[in-house]
Design a protein around this ligand. Structure first.
Ligand code: GRF
Length: 195
């Protein structure tokens, strides 16, 4: 089975990175993590790169140009943003043929940006959740690939909602990658290429 080559971008804890690494180790999963990149040298998630012996890079200067070179060098096909706290420029998104995914802790298009749980609670929402979407040049706004919903209970706090949604994220991101890989293959066949 040919597996798509992923790079995961992180800035911090890396719990979504870990769930992606674990899924990619399954025999029938259509992708493999080939590179991990962080813009933060202290990102906790970098220890998963070491633990699973996956090549990683910390890029603190000239971020987009250096990243692009790394992606080309490692033949990366899909870029997954997982808790990556930097907005990528339109130029960068275009140069990587829009093959970029992100996970966001809300039911987009609601609550783009930061403090999603606080805002959902303040607005007395009955449900919240998480979204995996394609990345375009605007913040949290590309095509939606998959969403997962949770119920907001009576005594919900920001912390309890964050925990509940994070657990859903761990299952959602690998499912979305799988779906996206299928879509890419279908597209390649349509345009007469090989995948
Ligand atoms: C997640 O809630 C993700 O949706 C958001 O940032 C958080 C990252 O968590 N974009 P982790 O670093 O994957 O643990």
């Amino acid at each position: 089975m040919i597996k798509e080559r992923l790079c995961v971008l992180i800035s911090g804890r890396g719990s979504n990175l870990l769930s992606i690494i674990k899924s990619c180790r399954e025999k029938d999963f259509p992708a493999k993590v080939k590179l991990i990149v962080s813009n933060n040298p202290d990102a906790y998630g970098l220890r998963y790169a070491k633990q699973y012996k996956i090549p990683f890079k910390v890029i603190t200067k000239n971020f987009e140009n250096t990243l692009l070179k790394q992606l080309q060098k490692n033949n990366i096909e899909i870029l997954c943003l997982a808790g990556f706290m930097k907005v990528l420029s339109k130029n960068f998104v275009d140069s990587f043929f829009n093959m970029i995914l992100n996970i966001h802790p809300s039911l987009l298009p609601k609550y783009k940006g930061l403090n999603t749980h606080r805002r959902a609670l303040k607005n007395k929402e009955k449900f919240s959740g998480c979204t995996v979407h394609r990345v375009d040049e605007k913040l949290d706004s590309g095509d939606i690939i998959l969403q997962s919903k949770v119920k907001i209970t009576k005594n919900e706090t920001e912390a309890s909602l964050e925990n509940k949604i994070l657990k859903k994220e761990w299952a959602l991101y690998p499912r979305a990658i799988k779906k996206y890989c299928k879509e890419i293959k279908r597209y390649y066949w349509k345009i007469g290429g090989t995948a």
